[in-house]
Structures are given as C-alpha cells and as structure tokens.
Design a protein around this ligand. Sequence first.
Ligand code: CP
Ligand code: NVA
Length: 306
Amino acid sequence: MTRHFTTIAETSDDDLRRIYHVALGAFDDTTLAGQGVALVFERPSLRTRAASSTAVSELGGFATFFSDEEIGLDHRESAEDVGRTLAEMYAICAARVRHHEIFARMIAATGDRLSLINLLSDVAHPTQAVADVLTLAEHFSSGDVAGLAGLRVAYVGDATNVTRSLCVALLRLGAHVTVGAPENYQLVAGGLEDPTTVRGGGALRLVDAASDAVRGVDVVYTDAWVSMGVEDETAQRRRDLASFRVNSDLMAEAAPGAVLLHCLPAHRGDEITDEVLDSPSSLVWRQVFHRRSAMRGVLRWIKEDE
Ligand code: CP
Ligand code: NVA
C-alpha cells in the first residue's frame, strides 16, 4: 500500500512514532537511491523547499522543483493529469498547495502509484509539526517524544494551518495546548486536521486573550497574522490581532525558562518582536534545523513500506 503524509490526524500513532524515530538517524543511506521526488510549489517557500531538496539528496535521491507558473495546477491542466504525469517519472510528489483537496484527487487519479507529501495546504502543515515535535523533544526530554506528555503549550494569534497540525501532534503525545485567539481567528471544529477530535491525549483549551493562554506555560508558539492567500486582509488583521503580539511582557507571564517557537517566516513587529525572536528563549533556528530532519523522517517512513 502506497504511503501518503498529508495530515497528522490521518497518520496513526505507530506511524508518527516511526517518523519521529527515523528522522534523526544518520543520513548517509540509500533510501531514495536513483529515485526522484517532484517538489511542487503553488506558493512561495524558503525553509520547506530547502529542507525537502536537501533531505532528498541526503537519502540518495534527486529532486525536481516545479513552480505554479510552470505547471498551473487546474489551470494549465487538471491536478489529476499533473499527478498521472508525475507518477510516470517520480516515486514521490511533495506539494505545497492552495487547496488541500488536490491531494485526494491526485491519489485517486494515480491509482496509488505516487506517494504524496503535504508541504503546506490551507488545512495543514504536517511536516512543520514533525519538526516542532523534534525541536521540543530535543529541548525538554533528551529527544524522547514520549517525554512531551504533560508539557504546557500556548499558541497565540491567528489559528492557522500550522496551528492545527501542531495541536493534533502535541495533543496526541499528551501535551496540553491552549490556543489564544480572537473569536474570528480561533480554531473551529471540523476538517481533516481537527484538534478538537483528538481523544485520550492532552487537553485542548480555547481562550480569547493572549495572557490567559500563556500564563504558566512551558512553550509559546506563534505564526503569521497574514497567511499566504489572505494578504488583502492585512490592515484588518493587524487591527484585530494587535493584542496577540508575542513580546517580552507576554513571555514574562509564561513559566520561568519557557521557550518560544515560530514556524517562520517572521513578521517582526507584527506577531513577534525582535527582543523575543532574538532572545535566548527562542528555539526558532532549531526548528529550522529540524525541518530537514522531519523531511528525512517522512521520506524514510514512506519508503519503508516497500
Ligand atoms: N515554515 C515554513 O514552511 O517556511 P517556508 O514557507 O519558508 O517554507
Ligand atoms: N500560516 C502560514 C504558514 C507559513 C509557513 C501560511 O500559511 O502562510
């Protein structure tokens, strides 16, 4: 059965454990020897593109980058025909897409011959969540992801694709997550990456004030106020989210020794201030480092099934 990695929620606990485990193995192997990975980006990227192409190369494969301008998913030709074409030449298609439903359409069209990896969609950012888990485990529990049970995490700002995958991943590991967001920017139940349906793990709490979210927590996480695709709402979002900026006053309400995470790119002065992003409590560059570890984990896990 061809493996896909499009949300955290649709990946079993055993598979996630395996991904976290193989992510940190040595990279001089031949997992992808002679095999190609198509990297399709409908939206801009620095970290994800860099992490994907370097991880593919470390595992012995080759990556080809396709921009939206070149292939025009559902404009130049259908997503199904793009999938059918890539399946003739590549083992894996890793894609950053505007519309998450493209993954299911490509999987249906390729008869399960092409593995799909979600490199960010409107619904989820699961490879980011793997990197975030690896970063927190490295800091708090000597790399043991099981050691994150009971960790107190606050997400502050706009509840985005990143928030949903992060929450599902952390709740499944038994961490407790509070999301602090204004009503119109808060997590809503439903969809394929739904933290509100995670059972038996940590507790999810939704609050409408940043200080309520961060009080006493071990980790503060934030993401852009203006995600890709909603740039025309920039002025409104700056007004609505102004009291959710992560600054040193807000960090002071967290537990002593609390750390700061941000998926990046950062919008310094909007959702995050320089003094926090550049402080010793910031783990953002370890997160960037682990984007590549996470990609290795996902790629290895996909190929292990053969
Ligand atoms: N965090 C993240 O996905 O960064 P890029 O958009 O630069 O890939
Ligand atoms: N929520 C952001 C994440 C960027 C990595 C976006 O979708 O643009």
